[in-house]
Structure formats: C-alpha cells, structure tokens
Design a protein around this ligand. Structure first.
Ligand SMILES: CC(C)(COP(=O)(O)OP(=O)(O)OC[C@H]1O[C@@H](n2cnc3c(N)ncnc32)[C@H](O)[C@@H]1OP(=O)(O)O)[C@@H](O)C(=O)NCCC(=O)NCCS
Length: 392
C-alpha cells in the first residue's frame, strides 16, 4: 500500500467513489460525480491523501486548513473530513496509516489543533481526539414569541438570499471567532461554496452594525422554518432575530434553530413551550472531537493560575515531558522533568479544551494524576464550553 497526496481535481476519480459509497445513497449516477467534480474548486486548499494498492485508491481522507479559538487565542486547525475506505479494504489499517501521516503533515504546516465529526468517537479516541459538546436545537411554535410581535426594538432585520447576505454573515462569523471558545471557521477558498447555499439569511443591525444573523430555509407553508446557528453579539441581536421569527406565526408551525451552549431558550419568553435537545446517533449525528497537535504552539493561550509538570504518553506527535505554567494569565510551555501527571493526548486535550476536569481524566482512563496535581491542573485549565459552529 502506498500513500499519495492528490490534488483537488484528482479527488473525483479517486476519493469520490469511496465517499459516495460510504456517505450517500447508492448506486449513484454520473451526475453525482459531475457535481462533485465541480465542487472541487472549493477544495483547492484542502490536503487530500489516498492509500493505493496496484493503482487503485482503497482509502482516502482530507484536511481543511481552518482556524479555531481555543480559550480566546486563535490557532490554525486541521479539520479532518472525507474519511472513507473501500469495504473490502477495511480493518487493514489503511485509515490509521493515512490519519497518522495527515496529522503529522498538518502539524508540520503549522496547525496547533485538529477537529472532526466522528462516525463513532471511540474510533478517533485512539488517535487522541476527545469529545466536545454536541450542537443543541430548540424547537418551538412562533406563537410562543407573541410578546415580540409588536415590541419596538432599536434595530432592524433584513432578509436576503445567502448570496447577497453572505459577506455580512461571514463578517459576523469572523467577529465571533475572536470571542467564542471553540469557534472554528474555514479558509476563504472552502467557504466560498456557502455563498451559493440555497438559503435565506436574516441580518439584524443596530445603527448599521450587524448584531445577529441566522441562515434558514422554509420547508412548506404550515411546515417548519429550519434555521442554522442563531449567531448574535448579545441579547439585542437575539431579540431582533426572535422577533423576525415571531412574524412567521401564520406561516409556519415550528421554528427549529441551533442554539449556543449558553443559550436558555425556555427563558426567551414567558409562555414559550420549547424543546431543546441534542441527539447523539451513530454514525450520523455526534458532537465534534478535537485534539492538540502541537503543545508548545499553545504558549500564550489565556489560562488560569497554576504550575504542573505532565508527561504526555502514547502519541507520536507530542509525547514527552512538559512544564505547564499559568504566567500572568498566559500559558507557558517548556520542557519539564518529574511529572506529577501522566496524560494521554485525549486527557491533555480534554483539559485544554475545558471539557474534562482532572478527576474526569482519571475516571475516563485518560491518564493518572497525583493528588497534588489536581488543583493546579484545575485552576490552570478551568472548565469551559467549546462551541465549534463549523460543520465539516
Ligand atoms: C470508518 C472507516 C473509515 C474505518 O476504516 P478502516 O480501514 O477499517 O480503518 P483501520 O483498519 O485503519 O482501523 C483503524 C483502527 O480503528 C479500529 N476500528 C475500526 N473500526 C472501528 C469502529 N467501528 N469502532 C472502533 N474502532 C474501530 C481498528 O480496529 C483499528 O484499530 P488499531 O489500529 O488500534 O488496530 C471505514 O469503516 C469506513 O469507510 N466506514 C464508512 C464511512 C465512515 O464512517 N467514515 C468515517 C467518517 S467520520
């Protein structure tokens, strides 16, 4: 078996059959391959690898060059996607070999972190990824927002086709990248495809400044208004967008909208009957996972106070002994000796992303932490809720 990096144009002949068989209804028609081929213009900056035997591609995967906010600092991130192998080539280690090579390559290109959406988290747990919160969807009747219908709010909402609203929408996404832990965004090449999405975007503005935006579609008269993430800079942006939803009361039966981890939809109105849920179903719907690819590159990341030496084990990319110190609110990473915690890369990543307490690391079998190291690890990496946003 040989691993080869291919161009975006080569993907239609090599990766498409693997992906189409794995993720789409099949058999597929020629038109599906043609559509895929056209879309590859948005994959020009993705790194695509295939595993071949006798000239036949038997497994493939890609990495999008993305950026992610981790605790307030922004890092280059490898967004892993398009992972598939030929059914007759499965369980032969091809995907392991591809992922190990791809992660090293992306780390060498400057990616400090990586994220993906797993078909099954335990598969990627073997490669050091740790689970992050799954997106939550709120479902409610617009009638529950009746209090907003006639409210006079100091702002406006404009509905635009995505093509026309994309720049403002994307401008807000980039502002939220600066302030939202976990937020991940694509590069310009990949995101250009979303400008063509057959969706509406509602843009909320106050004094000309965008304070909220949500993309959505309506499935039918009397049916659902299905919205993506409710992106806002604060309560006024949210109120403006909810008021916009409220004005659909005689048009749709339900609003479905993805909400942030700090949103509490049942408090959006006095009589709002709402179901907020996060459904994990394998292989089709699970939360993202993330891992650190380069610990030293995280120097300077905003953290709490504390100092501890950890040994990272079982990871070809970053195993070793590190001294981690919260120095004036910023992380300092240096080589260390005499570790008081032994962490797998999953355990370390869980602490850094704020999704695992040191006790969780131990109870989940992701490391061993001496009693004296629990408090400094906890204060250095306080719990936090990464909201990834990007889907890939
Ligand atoms: C998932 C998929 C890519 C795995 O490919 P594969 O070629 O069988 O993977 P490998 O042989 O390289 O296996 C890598 C490791 O994962 C393990 N593994 C394989 N399938 C697993 C599963 N369902 N759950 C947990 N671990 C699994 C293997 O035993 C192996 O472990 P080891 O290296 O420690 O021995 C393949 O089954 C596939 O294409 N499925 C359909 C598409 C899909 O789900 N893609 C993933 C999208 S996120």
């Amino acid at each position: 078996m040989e691993i080869r990096q291919i161009t975006a144009d080569e993907r239609a002949e090599t990766m498409f059959p693997l992906q189409a068989y794995a993720f789409s209804p099949s058999p597929w028609g020629d038109e599906n391959r043609d559509t895929y081929r056209r879309r590859m213009t948005y994959y020009r900056t993705a790194v695509s690898l295939i595993a071949e035997e006798s000239g036949q591609a038997l497994a493939g995967m890609g990495a999008f060059p993305m950026r992610q906010n981790v605790r307030g600092a922004i890092y280059d991130m490898a967004g892993i996607a398009s992972v598939a192998s030929h059914p007759s080539a499965r369980r032969r280690g091809f995907v392991r070999a591809l992922l190990e090579r791809l992660l090293r390559q992306m780390r060498d290109q400057g990616c400090a972190v990586s994220a993906l959406y797993p078909f099954r988290p335990s598969f990627y747990g073997r490669f050091g990824y740790v689970g992050l919160p799954h997106r939550r969807t709120a479902a409610f009747s617009p009638a529950g927002l009746g209090h907003l219908v006639r409210a006079v709010l100091p702002g406006t909402v404009e509905r635009l086709p995505m093509r026309d609203g994309f720049d403002e929408y994307d401008g807000l996404v980039l502002r939220l990248l600066e302030r939202q832990h976990g937020f991940a965004v694509y590069d310009d090449v990949r995101k250009a495809e979303f400008r063509e999405d057959k969706k509406w975007v509602a843009v909320a503005r106050v004094d000309g400044e965008v304070v909220g935006a949500v993309s959505y579609r309506i499935d039918r008269f009397g049916g659902d208004l299905v919205a993506d993430d409710l992106l806002t800079t604060g309560p006024l942006g949210r109120a403006l967008l909810l008021q916009f939803f409220a004005h659909h009361v005689d048009q749709v039966g339900r609003i479905l909208v993805t909400v942030g981890l700090d949103d509490v939809p049942e408090l959006w109105g006095t009589d709002l009957a709402v179901t907020t849920e996060s459904r994990v179903v394998f292989p089709s719907s699970s939360g993202p996972m993330a891992r650190v690819l380069d610990l030293e590159a995280l120097t300077g990341m905003p953290v709490g106070a504390g100092a501890v030496t950890v040994e990272v084990v079982d990871d070809p990319l970053i195993q070793g002994m590190y001294r981690l110190e919260g120095d004036g609110g910023q992380l300092n990473v240096t080589k260390g000796t005499d570790a008081s915690a032994t962490l797998t890369i999953g355990g370390l990543s869980g602490l850094i992303y704020g999704v695992l307490d040191p006790i969780d690391v131990v109870t989940r079998g992701l490391g061993e932490v001496e009693a004296a190291a629990i408090a400094p690890l906890r204060t250095l990496f306080p719990q936090a809720k990464p909201y990834v946003f990007a889907d890939f």
